[in-house]
Ligand binder design. Structure first.
Ligand SMILES: NC(=O)c1ccc[n+]([C@@H]2O[C@H](COP(=O)([O-])OP(=O)(O)OC[C@H]3O[C@@H](n4cnc5c(N)ncnc54)[C@H](OP(=O)(O)O)[C@@H]3O)[C@@H](O)[C@H]2O)c1
Length: 316
């Protein structure tokens, strides 16, 4: 069944890659700006489903039937509330199973038997520590993002599609469960527990901290575009960000997000195929969002820096 879980993430990654390619094909067509208010109904719906926030509103007034399915983009905050609660719960579960030998609730055991790994001959102790660390990193990431949504970011009246909202709510639940299911079912219950820290745990955490610091800095830069020197919000418009990794790419916070997931793959020991499919999903998901954002900036600002890439410095 872990192969099925990996396949599900791979499918999701493929869907976002297909959406990216389709969008680029639409944008290249004569007269096809790829806005959600242009083209036929199917094309409009497609664009409405892949765009959110400034890249949705940047296309002008959308048809009334599309606007019926929108919710405020500031509701992104709910994703992180769900993640902090759910992944906090999973973290405590995993911690208790490893260090206190506590039995898991029957419903978790059933799900684990269906989706989890059962590696009799592997070093389950190390796998357990890796999963604990990744879950901790995921929880810290969600907590920081929640704090940023509440205290740092300045949201405008941007919107997201209700489908995107539901996807975001489910995403962090499945993500945490994916981490939990990487722990072999035959965990060391009752055995003397130890904390085997390896080189890849250390490197993973260092990359995670580095990427998180840059992501936070970039989100502060975006927030400051709308504030006066005294910190008062003076505008809700979109302007050109400068500084930190913005000097290289339009969406450095998306690039940092990718690095954060790569850091978790390193913490898993680099050989967790399921997690690499998660990384691939984040790669294509954030690449699509970055391309739309890059196009938005280029269209809106004639003076937009020409050397900036969309997503990955010097590459894409
Ligand atoms: N793992 C995943 O699947 C996933 C998916 C999506 C996002 N994320 C992560 O979540 C974080 C936020 O993503 P996002 O898509 O919401 O980022 P975003 O669109 O860049 O928005 C971030 C904040 O900055 C504001 N903003 C954006 N561009 C601006 C500009 N040019 N001038 C002034 N303010 C601006 C936004 O306000 P508005 O209200 O106007 O938009 C919002 O408050 C990112 O770090 C991203 O990597 C992860």
């Amino acid at each position: 069944m872990p192969a099925g879980l990996g396949a599900a993430w791979a499918l999701l990654a493929a869907a976002f890659l297909a959406a990216l390619l389709l969008h680029r094909a639409q944008a290249r067509r004569p007269g096809g700006g790829g806005d959600s208010n242009g083209g036929g109904t199917a094309s409009g719906l497609f664009q409405d489903l892949i765009r959110y926030g400034k890249t949705k509103s940047g296309g002008g007034q959308r048809p009334a039937w599309l606007r019926r399915f929108q919710v405020p983009k500031r509701w992104f905050t709910h994703f992180y509330v769900v993640s902090v609660l759910w992944n906090g719960f999973l973290l405590i579960e995993l911690f208790q199973a490893k260090f206190l030998g506590a039995a898991r609730p029957p419903w978790i055991q059933r799900l684990h038997s269906a989706f989890g790994r059962d590696l009799q001959n592997q070093n389950t102790d190390r796998e357990h520590v890796s999963a604990l660390l990744v879950l901790l990193l995921l929880w810290l990431h969600s907590f920081r993002r929640l704090a940023e949504c509440l205290c740092t970011s300045v949201f405008s009246n941007g919107v997201i599609h209700i489908v995107q909202y539901c996807f975001g709510l489910g995403y962090y639940i499945v993500l945490g469960a994916t981490v939990l299911w990487q722990v072999p079912i035959n965990v060391s219950r009752g055995k003397e527990s130890s904390m085997q820290i390896c080189w890849y745990h250390i490197i993973g955490i260092v990359v995670y901290v580095w990427a998180s610091l840059h992501q936070h800095r970039c989100l502060v830069i975006l927030a400051n575009l709308r504030k006066s020197k005294s910190g008062k919000v003076i505008s809700l418009s979109h302007s050109i960000p400068f500084g930190d990794w913005f000097e290289r790419v339009s969406c450095p916070h998306y690039f940092a997000e990718l690095l954060i997931y790569v850091s978790m793959a390193i913490t898993f020991g680099l050989d967790n195929v399921t997690w690499w499919f998660v990384v691939t999903y984040v790669l294509f998901n954030q690449a699509l969002a970055a391309v739309l954002c890059h196009e938005f900036y280029q269209k809106k600002f004639t003076s937009y820096p020409k050397h900036r890439k969309a997503f990955i410095p010097f590459v894409f």
